[in-house]
Write a protein that binds this ligand. Structure first.
Ligand code: F7E
Length: 347
């Protein structure tokens, strides 16, 4: 009988951690999922996926910033594959907490790389890199060899971890891979991110629980895909013959404003846009009621204006291709938020 593969997933309480754990369990892996001790550790995502009591899932408390714990974690879990999805991942917060972001998101992964080097250099390592590293984009669309120009402390920290992964691959022959993932969303997305903030607010407006949705930069363009498909890409990256860097994206870009219109369309409301920049509003075409308003408090000190990825290398070498459209994704998120808000709870 073939030995069960073991995987370690850091950041199990996050959107990607939950979907990846689900996928690996389906594939017959034994999964150790790590989470950070906070005053409000929350397992709602793995509960919603119904995997929290899966016999092959073990949950372990772990802090990415501690080298000793990283070593003990690998000694105990003895994984074949490590997926590093833990991070301070909210770009907005990184401007307020640049040092903490650097420690967790930038240096944290190096503790894991060091632990791999010390405990078992054969362990395969996946680093969650990000399109935020392209920031002020130097080419359109962005691909693996596009020069980086991060625009936030988060992007800078991720770029450091990205290059360290490449460096451990080249220096020590570690199977270190990096997936440069463009924005990926789902009903499990945190409400601090713009798509979920929008779908949750649209659901609340529909149910009479909220009057107006307030947002920041409406002109930012993002390449939004479905997170569940992206974790499949992560797994494929670690199954390749050689360690490498891959872009995962949809190659379609839309503005925040477009996504708002799409979300309202899912509840049969058409929005008319008027006013410029700081004073822009969105009104219901039928009733004339203001439903969306720009509030400059949500602006960032530096913005990433346009992201659109070219995933052709991942398609060619890994056979990975996204299939869910943004309209389908948006509809799925609005429906989930309608269900949750109707039931009186929403995380
Ligand atoms: C790939 C990358 O993807 C994510 O980073 P992000 O693109 O910053 O995601 P977001 O949803 O916070 O913002 C998207 C855009 O939307 C604009 N925006 C307008 N109004 C609001 C607003 O009210 N809230 C938020 N959050 N954004 C707003 C905001 O200014 C930005 O231009 C993370 O997963 C990150 O970890 C990651 O790696």
């Amino acid at each position: 009988m073939q030995k069960m593969k073991k995987a370690l997933v850091t950041g199990i309480t996050g959107q990607d951690g939950a979907y990846l754990a689900e996928l690996l369990l389906e594939k017959g892996y034994e999964v150790t999922g790590t989470y950070r001790r906070t005053s409000s550790v929350n397992f709602w995502r793995i509960e919603e996926l119904g995997i929290q009591s899966h016999p092959n899932l073990k949950l372990v408390e772990y802090d990415l910033t501690d080298l000793g714990s990283s070593i003990r974690l690998l000694q105990n879990a003895q994984p074949d594959e490590v997926y590093n999805l833990a991070a301070q991942s909210f770009v907005g917060v990184s401007f307020e907490q640049p040092v903490t972001t650097a420690e967790i998101t930038g240096v944290g992964p190096v503790n894991l790389l060091e632990a791999i080097r010390i405990v078992n250099p054969k362990i395969r390592f996946y680093q969650a890199s990000t399109s935020e590293m392209f920031g002020k984009v130097q080419a359109v669309p962005q691909k693996e060899d596009t020069p980086f120009y991060p625009r936030s402390p988060y992007g800078v920290a991720k770029l450091y971890a990205h290059w360290m992964t490449v460096n451990y691959r080249e220096s020590y022959g570690i199977f270190g891979c990096s997936g440069i993932l463009f924005n990926h969303e789902s009903p499990l997305r945190g409400r601090e991110f713009v798509t979920r903030k929008i779908t949750d607010s649209v659901a609340k407006i529909h149910l009479g629980q909220l009057d107006v949705l307030e947002l920041g930069n409406m002109d930012a363009k993002r390449d939004w895909g479905f997170a569940k498909e992206y974790v499949e890409g992560m797994w494929r990256i670690l199954q390749a013959d050689q360690p490498d860097t891959y872009v995962l994206a949809t190659n379609r870009t839309e503005t925040v404003r477009d996504f708002v219109s799409m979300a309202f369309k899912a509840i049969d409301v058409s929005i008319a846009w008027s006013g410029e920049a700081d004073h822009e509003i969105g009104t219901c075409k039928k009733t004339g009621k203001v439903l969306v308003r720009v509030n400059p408090k949500f602006y960032r000190p530096a913005e990433v204006e346009l992201l659109i990825g070219d995933p052709s290398k991942a398609e060619k070498e890994l056979g990975w291709k996204p299939s869910t459209t943004l309209e389908q994704l948006c509809q799925m998120m609005v429906e989930a938020d309608l269900r949750r808000n109707k039931a009186g709870f929403s995380f």
